[in-house]
Design a protein around this ligand. Structure first.
Ligand SMILES: C[S@@+](CC[C@H](N)C(=O)[O-])C[C@H]1O[C@@H](n2cnc3c(N)ncnc32)[C@H](O)[C@@H]1O
Length: 312
């Protein structure tokens, strides 16, 4: 008799450590002991789908992947969330379009290239498409004023992004007027207009693969939002260091609202823009400031000057 599915695949201590180390090294994902059950359940799905029989055989297949890390991409899809939606963390995107983009364009030498914006970890494309829509709404010309590049490690997500067809959940924070302006509805799904789509260049990049990252040019703005949250501290440092190398001096780094560079890097300054807090790579001659210093300065600013403890 065929055993029950739950009896078939149990992750041993040694197998758990094996997968934990593999995913940390291959793509930065960090799994603590509390993720053991998740790892067992999600990887078991792949073991069954591929019919390889055991976790050990699946681990071997991942390591020896002859399909150019196709299986790694599938496994990551099983293990991470690709959650995203249009106009997510809108204040920050307002800062990008209304403050950062005008500043960078003002600094551009006459006839210079468009401002380059990279959405690193773009999932199914809502983030880079939102940037194009918002910049167009603000009167900027894609291709001339700015150019958007977008990447993800997941082939499945990139395929969705390139198709540009979305379900209603992606529009949970979208103004219906803009939805009608930039999308066409068909059978309950919404297709993005070519006029937005053609201004985003999608490419597959594992952020832990520096030679692959090096193929992208130097950027003026990098958005890496809700991605490094899954990485351990060493991997975060490695990726942020890489972003520092990929950014022009005076360029900006935009992280998710739950993410910061505290304890990770002092190569960026924290900037208080009108719409949001963002990180900036200093220009030559400007001093690199510690994110802690900025946070302390902001805290001191907030102290009431009439208060005994006021510093003014
Ligand atoms: C939660 S989504 C964030 C999407 C979007 N940036 C946003 O904030 O809405 C995280 C994305 O990071 C991608 N990701 C995870 N590890 C990665 C890596 N090592 N290299 C590139 N992308 C990665 C995942 O595939 C996923 O699509």
């Amino acid at each position: 008799m065929k055993p029950l599915e739950s009896d078939e695949l149990v992750l041993t201590d040694a197998q758990f450590r094996m997968f934990r180390d593999f995913f940390r090294d291959a793509c930065g994902l960090s799994f603590g002991d509390d993720s053991r059950f998740l790892l067992e359940k999600r990887l078991a799905r792949r073991v069954r789908e591929l019919d390889v029989g055991t976790f050990t055989a699946y681990h071997y297949l991942l390591r020896k992947d002859s399909s150019g890390d196709e299986e790694l991409s599938q496994a990551i899809d099983e293990l991470t969330t690709n959650e995203t939606y249009f106009f997510r963390e809108r204040n920050q995107l307002n800062a990008l379009v209304n403050e950062i983009l005008p500043e960078l364009l003002a600094r551009r030498v006459s006839g210079g290239p468009p401002v380059s914006i990279w959405s690193a970890g773009c999932s199914s494309g809502e983030e880079p498409y939102t940037i194009v829509m918002m910049a167009k709404e603000a009167g900027f010309e894609p291709g001339k004023d700015f150019r958007v590049y977008a990447s993800d490690i997941s082939r499945r997500m990139l395929q969705k992004a390139r198709q540009g067809v979305y379900r209603p959940a992606s529009f949970r924070d979208t103004d219906p007027v803009l939805q009608k302006r930039y999308f066409e509805e068909k059978d309950g799904c919404w297709r993005i207009s070519d006029d937005v789509k053609r201004h985003v260049t999608f490419t597959r990049v594992n952020l832990l693969d520096p030679p692959r990252v090096a193929l992208l040019g130097t950027m003026d703005v990098i958005l890496c939002r809700n991605v490094i949250i899954y990485f351990d501290i060493e991997t975060k440092r490695q990726v942020i260091d890489l972003f520092g190398q990929k950014l022009h001096a005076g360029g900006y780094l935009l992280l998710g609202h739950a993410e910061s560079l505290i304890n990770i890097s002092s190569a960026f300054e924290l900037r208080h823009l009108k719409h949001d807090l963002v990180y900036r790579k200093p220009l030559p001659g400007e001093s690199e400031r510690d994110a802690w210093q900025d946070a302390a300065a902001a805290a001191i600013d907030r102290v009431d000057p009439c208060d005994e403890g006021g510093r003014r």
